[in-house]
Design a protein. Structure first.
Length: 401
């Protein structure tokens, strides 16, 4: 890889060789924000800054000196972009040192992709698009999501390869392919929703796919209601573990796989529907663990930092938890009725029954105590579904979207 000291936006050639536009109506891009012939990075003033992040005790967690940052950017923006999005090992020549490098890496690569794939009518239109994109980013009128900053342009601009990982659709072969390097076709989506089958193979497959998504900086959500409860039966005899047992596995994977290979934590959502037999255990699992952390902190031996040993030693700290509630459940709460769950494998078999109001109180207590579980209104979500022919919406991403 070339040294970052050799970097100069005006002297780096496009990452992909230009090709003739394809069929259709290629775009013409007229300058709007950045005039023709003007370098977008010359439209702001720059200064050298030190980015540093400290914990509540004043201990330095991160520091990088001599960073080139636009004068108009806040100290918070400086710390975020330098600590999270500058590529390369700190203290080495491969480390990015300027916001120019980060924005150029991404904007140049996206514009070159567009030109190669025939989106632009000419090379000038592609160049105008690049400069508009760079201008919007450097002036903070827009920003990409984290996986884009983490991954895009590493291969095209710096030659970073990495080990074989993710997949992409090859328009030439019309097949899903696995490239030799994950950064040639980088993971740019921030959020995923995945399903899980009620089998050991399906449960472990989810663990693998979650780990790979976390590795490249993305978040994922899954509804675990498809996993049979701990109260049901296995086809080969015995008692199933239930979703909470596997949540422990997923939680630890999220804990050890830092998102994007950075200091960012994994982003993860797990939900369970109100009819699942293990719903009470799901509602109470995180508040119970929170009490353990409070006990450890109260002993005086452990600090209250969420990155400290007290919280790292308890479970269910690496995911958002949400109960997917139906209108039927909410009506039962209002009318003071009982709520009966049913088996996953056989809906004609009842699971435990609870006072609906009791379940709602437990949800509220947990939310007050530790922020979880949240609520997802499944009936309303599917009532407002814009693509109903594709099937019901069963889960959400980590942001409950």
């Amino acid at each position: 890889m070339a040294s970052m000291s050799d970097f100069s936006p005006s002297h780096i050639s496009p990452s992909r060789p230009p090709q003739a536009p394809g069929s259709g109506s290629p775009m013409k891009v007229d300058p709007y924000f950045c005039p023709v012939g003007v370098d977008p990075f010359e439209t702001v003033e720059w200064e050298s800054r030190t980015a540093h992040i400290k914990d509540e005790n004043g201990k330095v967690l991160f520091e990088q000196t001599d960073c080139q940052i636009p004068k108009s950017w806040s100290p918070l923006a400086t710390n975020v972009v330098v600590s999270k999005y500058f590529y390369g090992e700190p203290g080495t020549s491969e480390r990015e040192t300027s916001v120019k490098q980060v924005i150029y890496r991404v904007a140049r690569t996206i514009a070159d992709w567009g030109y190669q794939d025939g989106y632009f009518a000419s090379a000038d239109d592609a160049e105008n698009f690049y400069r508009e994109l760079a201008w919007l980013c450097v002036h903070q009128h827009g920003a990409f999501n984290s996986p884009v900053w983490f991954n895009v342009g590493l291969y095209q601009q710096y030659g970073v390869k990495g080990s074989q990982g993710n997949y992409h659709f090859d328009p030439k072969t019309k097949r899903i392919e696995r490239p030799e390097t994950p950064y040639e076709f980088p993971q740019g989506s921030a959020c995923f929703i995945q399903s899980v089958d009620d089998s050991m193979d399906g449960i472990m497959r989810l663990a693998t796919s979650e780990a790979m998504l976390f590795k490249f900086g993305s978040g994922t959500g899954t509804d675990l209601s498809t996993i049979r409860s701990s109260r049901e039966k296995l086809s080969g005899g015995g008692t199933p573990s239930g979703p909470l047992s596997f949540m422990r596995v997923y939680d630890q994977i999220a804990a050890v796989v830092k998102s994007g290979g950075k200091t960012r934590r994994a982003a993860k959502m797990q939900s369970l529907k109100d009819w699942h037999p293990d719903i009470l255990e799901f509602i109470q699992c995180k508040p119970k663990e929170e009490k353990k952390a409070h006990t450890l902190i109260a002993s005086g031996e452990y600090d209250s930092n969420f990155n400290g040993e007290a919280y790292s030693s308890i479970m269910f700290q690496n995911a958002n938890l949400s109960v997917r509630v139906s209108d039927d459940f909410m009506n039962a709460v209002e009318s003071g009725e009982d709520w009966t769950t049913h088996w996953v494998t056989d809906r004609s078999k009842d699971g435990p029954s609870y006072e609906a109001g009791f379940l709602m109180d437990e949800i509220a207590k947990g939310t007050w105590q530790c922020g979880d579980p949240g609520l997802q209104y499944e009936t309303t979500i599917n009532k407002w579904h814009t693509c109903k022919n594709s099937g019901p919406i069963n889960a959400s991403n980590p942001c409950s979207e």
